[in-house]
Design a protein around this ligand. Structure first.
Ligand code: SF4
Ligand code: FE
Length: 483
């Protein structure tokens, strides 16, 4: 079976036995937990849309390994066309879920691990790439969701991994055995971890020789003995426990992050893809981050589409749609959103083939894309709040709206234009609140800042890739300067 249905995906999660803590309690059944379930629904959408003939071209691809039709999230990009389709697929899913659908981290991880293990084997004579391809085949055949796990907790940012007061603040090998390795440490902010079948771990920074134990990449089942999770809470998350559908803003979908802990996790050698080859850890980080910076030029744009639509509806319901400044603000939002999309498409169109055959994005343009992502969604969110008005954060609750007595008052005084029910206005304002300040703001705002690397990380890459010397040479030629 190369394509799972959405229900098969959900059933496959039910068979897993993840050790998850949420709000101080162990969670027996994450799939049906009201706080977690919307995030599962978002991943489920990556399976559902792959079954829809209308979206087949974006959502599926032909495996270069088996020739079978597979979900694009399990695919290694074989052309710039694949890279472009990836971004379009992410925009589509952002539009359908208005949240983080999580599965991209695994897709970005397999593409990065593929080319780096290939080059590592070529240079060092190691055997990592064929092990990785075996893992990839299984992922494709079973249509798995894989959590690409990169970010370590990092403790004191001024110290390298091996100099930390607590050596577990970076994920490391604590024992090498004949049959495999033993791993301790953790990965922070793990997107979609609880909705994943497997995890694919990568090092978090370029390592030096002293930190060779931290230059580590491996795969493990998400419910392996020795892995546990502490679910990250989100702004307004407990509204999901109230049972309503308006105050949550987005009843059906969401995203999640979790702290993933490795307590003497055993990994057989067949699932180890880097172990001590510190010279290659930088390339793996750079490529994964590059792919994920490209990804944001798709997913955040899709969520932006929903937010722009919601702002336009709010303006309509407020009776302000015809005001010229409102029209202009909506134009500005569209302009910013499409600029982000242009960056996602540009770094894809300018991609190139790596030695393994897998296509890599243009790293400079992918970093420019993400740098814009650290800014424009904030401006789009600011404009959405401007258009929505203050009621978005001062409105009475759904329980008040539905109350047999005060409900009438809520409906009377929160009414906008006469032709639209008050409830519609409440719903759209709550949606804007959700994306800009609520559970989805994790993905649309703070993740836009720090996900796939904080702004400074992109600036370092932009300075490295920007080729300033060449630009100086151009200026000298034009200015007639001869050294
Ligand atoms: Fe995918 Fe975007 Fe979520 Fe990253 S933030 S996993 S790119 S949806
Ligand atoms: Fe992310």
């Amino acid at each position: 079976m190369a394509l799972k249905t959405a229900d098969q995906y959900e059933d496959s999660l039910r068979k897993m036995n993840l050790k998850v803590y949420l709000l101080g309690e162990p969670v027996k059944n994450p799939v049906d937990h009201p706080i977690i379930r919307p995030s599962m629904n978002s991943v489920k959408m990556t399976y559902a849309l792959a079954q829809d003939p209308q979206h087949e071209d974006l959502m599926t691809a032909k495996s270069h390994l088996t020739g079978e039709k597979i979900n694009r999230f399990c695919h290694l990009h074989q052309s710039t066309d694949d890279l472009i389709k990836k971004v379009k697929m992410q925009r589509l899913l952002g539009q359908k879920t208005a949240s983080c659908f999580q599965r991209c981290v695994g897709m970005d991880a397999i593409n990065a691990v593929d080319s780096v293990t290939f080059e590592m084997d070529q240079k060092l004579g190691t055997k990592y790439h064929e092990r990785f391809i075996k893992f990839l085949k299984m992922m494709q055949e079973q249509d798995l969701t894989v959590d690409g796990a990169m970010t370590d907790p990092k403790g004191d940012r001024g110290l390298p991994p091996s100099k930390q007061a607590d050596p577990d603040l970076y994920t490391r090998v604590v024992e090498k055995r004949k049959d495999g390795i033993v791993v301790c440490g953790a990965k922070a902010h793990q997107t979609g971890a609880i909705n994943s079948h497997w995890i694919l771990v990568m090092p978090t920074i370029a390592m030096s020789k002293e930190d060779a134990d931290y230059a580590l990449s491996f795969a493990a089942p998400a419910d392996a003995e020795g892995i546990s999770y502490i679910y990250g809470r989100q702004s307004c998350d407990t509204r999901k426990l109230e049972g309503g559908e308006i105050d949550v803003g987005n009843r059906q979908f969401g995203g999640h992050e979790a702290l993933m802990i490795f307590d003497n996790l055993f990994v057989p050698w067949e699932n180890v893809f880097m172990c001590g080859e510190y010279e290659f850890s930088g390339a793996l980080v750079e490529r994964f981050a590059g792919y994920h910076r490209q990804s944001y030029g798709g997913c955040k744009v899709g969520v932006g589409d929903v937010l722009i639509g919601a702002a336009a509806l709010a303006a309509e319901y407020n009776g302000a749609a015809k005001a010229s400044h409102i029209k202009d603000k909506l134009i500005e939002m569209i302009h910013l959103n499409e600029t982000l999309f242009s960056c996602g498409i540009a770094c894809s169109a300018q991609g190139h083939k790596t030695a393994s055959g897998t296509y890599l994005i243009d790293l400079l343009l992918a970093n420019v894309c993400k740098q814009n992502i650290t800014r424009f969604p904030y401006e789009i969110a600011r404009l959405a709040e401007d258009i929505a008005g203050g009621l978005m954060v001062t409105m009475a609750s759904e329980k008040d709206l539905r109350h047999p007595e005060i409900g009438k008052i809520v409906k009377k005084y929160f009414k906008g234009i006469a032709t639209v029910p008050t409830e519609h206005r409440c719903r759209v304002l709550r949606l804007i609140e959700n994306i800009t300040l609520g559970t989805a703001a994790v993905g649309y705002r703070t993740e836009s800042m720090h996900g796939a690397g904080s702004p400074q990380a992109q600036r370092i890459m932009i300075s490295r890739q920007g080729n300033l010397e060449y630009k100086k040479k151009l200026a000298k030629e034009i200015a007639g300067i001869k050294d």
